[in-house]
Design a protein around this ligand. Structure first.
Ligand SMILES: C[S@@+](CC[C@H](N)C(=O)[O-])C[C@H]1O[C@@H](n2cnc3c(N)ncnc32)[C@H](O)[C@@H]1O
Length: 361
């Protein structure tokens, strides 16, 4: 179906239809954006940023999904502006949707802020030094206004809307920006994201490796999930699993070799039925002496050092269709995955696997 925005409006009726469709689209966008309202804690930001302090000297940092009145990304960079040696901090938000927490109405118009550091010598970003100004549009990171700001930036740092992670990353790559952003670890299996890991254009940041992370959510967020809480001021928080930092900023830890203790034994490492690689069910069990392709869980990327291993691909793209390999009824069908023989003529379907090869076995 064509959207109202694409339609021509030759007569009154069509024009009305266009307005309604456009409004519906706006509404859907607004509802989608609302589901993306998770605010990152200052301590999570501090824990990650401490690995990159040398990267920020004389740099323009852009936080493009951040209401300066609500975002701890703004808070962190404004407070550490002089310590990091920043040149400029720009933050923009989407539709001022968090503004009601700060005494203003919800608005389609976004606000932006440019901060160039402390002026009065107290090393604190005072209210008169933080010039919040309205934007012309809604602050969508893809809007021409936001893209102009992106062009000025050296490093983009934020927690972007997860529902728009693919176009968000595509834009960063298109504009060749350095970035440090939060996302869900499963995003690495996306066909647009995986090649970035494979080509060493993106990797996980070091501070989150397992467990879940707590995010503040809006007051009207339904608190049902286990691990969510409301503090004494009524502020709501939820815990989210699988969170990772995604970056192309270098840090020393990602060049450290993973220590391997196991040695290859054919009976311990079966070969897939639909791809010529051995199954390694846990990263720590990677055999030190095997030089062929190995399938490993996606959590391997928490330990990945591109100097030690090559990433050859993933089960999403490498596995042959099981219909070409085995009789119908002997395996559970589904999207592309690797299968292991059970030994009785049937096959079991594995979780997503990354295929790697040891560079120096
Ligand atoms: C996961 S929240 C994180 C907010 C903030 N960056 C933080 O970490 O506290 C994602 C933010 O992106 C905003 N957003 C949603 N759609 C957007 C868009 N198209 N362009 C820019 N920001 C958007 C949402 O309003 C939301 O505040």
């Amino acid at each position: 179906m064509r959207s109202g925005l694409e339609r021509k409006a030759p007569g009154d009726g069509r024009r009305k239809e266009m307005t309604i469709t456009t409004r519906n689209q706006d509404f859907r966008e607004a509802r989608r954006a609302k589901k993306d309202e998770f605010y990152t804690s200052l301590s999570d930001i501090e824990l990650e940023l401490e690995h990159y302090t040398g990267h920020f000297k004389d740099k323009v940092v852009y936080c493009n999904c951040d209401d300066p009145r609500a975002s701890n990304f703004f808070n962190y960079f404004a407070t550490n502006f002089e310590k990091l040696g920043l040149k400029k901090l720009i933050t923009t938000c989407y539709r001022s949707r968090d503004a009601d927490r700060f005494g203003r109405g919800d608005s389609d118009q976004a606000v932006m802020l440019e901060y160039t550091g402390d002026k009065n010598g107290n090393l604190v970003p005072d209210i008169e030094e933080i010039g919040i100004v309205p934007m012309t549009g809604d602050g969508d990171f893809r809007s021409a206004e936001s893209v102009e700001l992106l062009k000025q930036a050296d490093i983009v740092v934020t927690n972007p809307p997860f529902s728009l992670f693919r176009p968000y990353v595509a834009q960063l790559i298109e504009h060749q920006k350095q970035f440090l952003i939060i996302g869900n670890m499963n995003a690495l299996t996306y066909t647009e994201i995986f090649p970035l890991f494979q080509n060493d254009q993106m990797w996980y940041g070091p501070s989150i490796r397992s467990g879940d992370r707590e995010f503040r959510v809006p007051d009207d967020y339904p608190i049902t999930a286990a691990g969510s809480r409301v503090d004494e001021d009524g502020t709501k928080y939820v815990r989210v699993k699988g969170v990772r930092w995604f970056t192309n900023l270098d840090y020393p830890g990602r060049h450290e070799d993973l220590e391997l203790e196991m040695t290859y034994r054919p009976e311990a490492y079966p070969t897939y039925a639909n791809f010529n690689a051995i199954e390694v069910s846990k990263t720590m069990n990677i055999p030190v002496d095997y030089d062929g392709p190995m399938g490993v869980p996606i959590t391997f990327l928490d330990k990945y050092n591109s100097g030690q291993f090559d990433i050859l691909g993933s089960s999403k793209t490498l596995g042959r269709p099981m219909s070409e390999v085995a009789k119908k009824g002997t395996y559970v069908p589904g999207g592309p995955r690797f299968y292991l023989p059970n030994g009785d003529g049937t096959y079991r379907r594995m979780y997503d696997r990354i295929v790697i090869r040891n560079k120096q076995p």
